[in-house]
Design a protein around this ligand. Structure first.
Ligand code: HEM
Length: 512
């Protein structure tokens, strides 16, 4: 009754105004036309080229982006369940192909690798490259000859500096010892000895990366412990305001790196072969090129700074994130921890320092690391690829110039390869003879010619960290802990577990 009165009053008032009267007359028509216009706009903005994989309907101008807010990998994973291994979404007005299954990713990045070599600039890369005055871009973002030369250098250098099994434990041991001391001290100052290990793990990872990049085999006395990066490292890991991140954290990181690079430049002419660090390799390669008169235009200080920043960022966040996932799964699966301890003790490694040369004796521990990487895909989506030619994958047309993203989070849960994929089960990486089986279907480092060049190094470091932590300690949930162990936090760029506390009880003091 109240509503009818107000409406009648409104009509009377409006009818008194000459301008409004015609609108009122045409109100039914207006009410019909506006929805039609909206429907037409939605229809037009969702038209896909013939033969391109189907996908959800998005909004005009914004596409499906507003519905991916917060946790894009998980939202895309849900879409994949509905639309299948390959589907398309409009991100803004850009039609983007999403690879959701292992078969789709293999068909694109492996079987047709060269057709997906392209990269697409975007917001993050603009920020990451904005400081460069040479107009070039980081290896992750470039294509063509610059990419080939830069990638070859980075892959060879990582291989020579970080992967040699002879020194892998050596370069990590000092950082682990310091981390254990910090764990033990922190326990004494927290309630019930329950600690959040994140900062200590991150500092240790930074120590290792610093050693690989600057110190390894070097005669320059720069103990990694004195390096100020640990204090610069931001928490939470990647702030949303990436531009603030660039102007504060990344800028100070580059200044620190530059000072270290300059320190080592003094030895440029001495061609010091004992310096096996990343930067040592850079200077030796540069010196050789200068001597031969053929200098690659990728071997510049700006490129080196870009690569070091990328290596440092990916390494710190990726390795720390994976170790935190390992803690998380151990706390949620006490039987797994028992098996790891039994394996170490039964083969006589209980209490010893464990290096990659011990992998053959510790298949269950290695399978555990692999399962941690599968479920906790720290970088849940690939960097954005671009198709460089018209190509067809699994019966779907991909026109040249299409943006392509592999949803690594989904592929690592592909039910064709991982039955009960949400269950944490290291045994899936063991053969019937209890040997570690090939982990080729786990795609945390992506596939094809643009996959992560640091994969071997990263996997080895993760194994050394986790095997030695688990050899030294038993991990338990704090008394009365009510954390929901099945709820995994998801960031926009990083897949991270929720914050947790852990009680670390020494099992062995690792022998000197
Ligand atoms: C846990 C640690 C890491 C993970 C999970 C990881 C994963 C990835 C992924 C998913 C890609 C994208 C591949 C694609 O677009 O298809 C990538 C690219 C790349 N990663 Fe890593 N990464 C890690 C650590 C590192 C480190 C320590 C370095 C140091 C050098 C590194 C260097 C690169 C480079 C240079 C690329 C670009 C390759 C190219 O475009 O050709 N990553 N990584």
């Amino acid at each position: 009754m109240k509503f009818q009165l107000s409406y009648a009053w409104l009509l009377v008032t409006l009818s008194c105004t000459n301008q409004i009267a015609p609108i009122l007359t045409h109100l039914p028509l207006v009410c019909l036309i506006i929805p039609l216009i909206i429907a037409f706009a939605i229809y037009i903005s969702n038209i896909r080229p013939f033969g391109v994989a189907r996908g959800p309907i998005g909004l005009p101008f914004f596409g499906y982006s507003p519905f991916l807010h917060g946790t894009p990998a998980r939202a895309l994973h849900r879409l994949g369940r509905k639309y299948g291994g390959i589907f398309s979404v409009f991100l803004g007005r850009e039609l983007t192909l999403i690879l959701h299954s292992h078969a789709a990713m293999t068909a694109a990045f492996v079987a047709n690798g060269n057709a997906f070599l392209g990269r697409r600039p975007g917001f993050y890369e603009e920020v990451l490259n904005s400081w460069r005055t040479d107009g070039k871009k980081l290896v992750t973002r470039t294509v063509g000859t610059h990419w080939q030369a830069a990638r070859l250098f980075i892959a060879n250098t990582i291989h020579q500096t970080g992967v040699s099994t002879a020194n892998n434990l050596d370069l990590t041991k000092g950082a682990l010892e310091k981390m254990f001391l910090k764990f033990d001290h922190e326990k004494t100052v927290t309630i019930a000895g329950a600690i959040d290990p994140t900062d200590f793990v991150m500092s240790a990872v930074i120590d290792v990366l610093f050693t690989v990049i600057f110190v390894q085999g070097s005669s320059v006395p720069t103990p990694a412990a004195d390096f100020p990066l640990a204090s610069l490292c931001p928490r939470p890991a990647l702030p949303r305001a990436v531009d603030r991140y660039e102007s504060t954290f990344l800028a100070s990181l580059r200044t620190t790196f530059m000072a270290e690079i300059r320190k080592r430049q003094r030895r440029l002419s001495s061609l010091d072969e004992t310096d096996q660090s990343f930067v040592g390799h850079y200077w030796r390669e540069k010196w050789k090129q200068l001597a031969s008169g053929k200098v690659d235009d990728h071997l510049t200080e700006q490129e080196l700074l870009s690569e070091l920043t990328c290596a440092f960022g990916a390494g710190t966040l990726g390795i720390t994130g994976t170790i935190r996932w390992a803690f998380y799964h151990i706390l949620g699966n006490p039987a797994v921890q028992k098996k790891i301890h039994a394996e170490m003790d039964s083969c006589g490694l209980g209490g010893a320092w464990i290096g990659v040369e011990h992998k053959a004796q510790l298949p269950y521990t290695e399978a555990f690391c692999e399962e941690v990487r599968r479920l906790g895909t720290v970088f849940p989506m690939s960097v954005v690829h671009e198709s460089t030619e018209d190509v067809s994958i699994l019966g779907q047309t991909v026109p040249a110039g299409t943006m392509v993203i592999a949803n690594l989070f989904s592929v690592n849960r592909d039910p064709d390869y991982w039955p009960n994929s949400d269950t944490f089960r290291p045994e899936r990486f063991l053969t019937t003879a209890d040997e570690f089986s090939d982990a080729k279907h786990s795609v945390g480092f992506s596939l094809g010619p643009r996959k992560c060049p640091a994969q071997v190094f990263v996997r080895q470091e993760q194994f050394i960290f986790l095997a030695n932590i688990l050899n030294r300690y038993r991990l338990d949930k704090p008394p009365g802990c009510t954390t929901d162990w099945h709820h995994a936090g998801l960031g926009e760029v990083l897949l991270e577990p929720p914050t947790f506390r852990v009680v670390l009880t020494p099992r062995h003091t690792l022998a000197a």
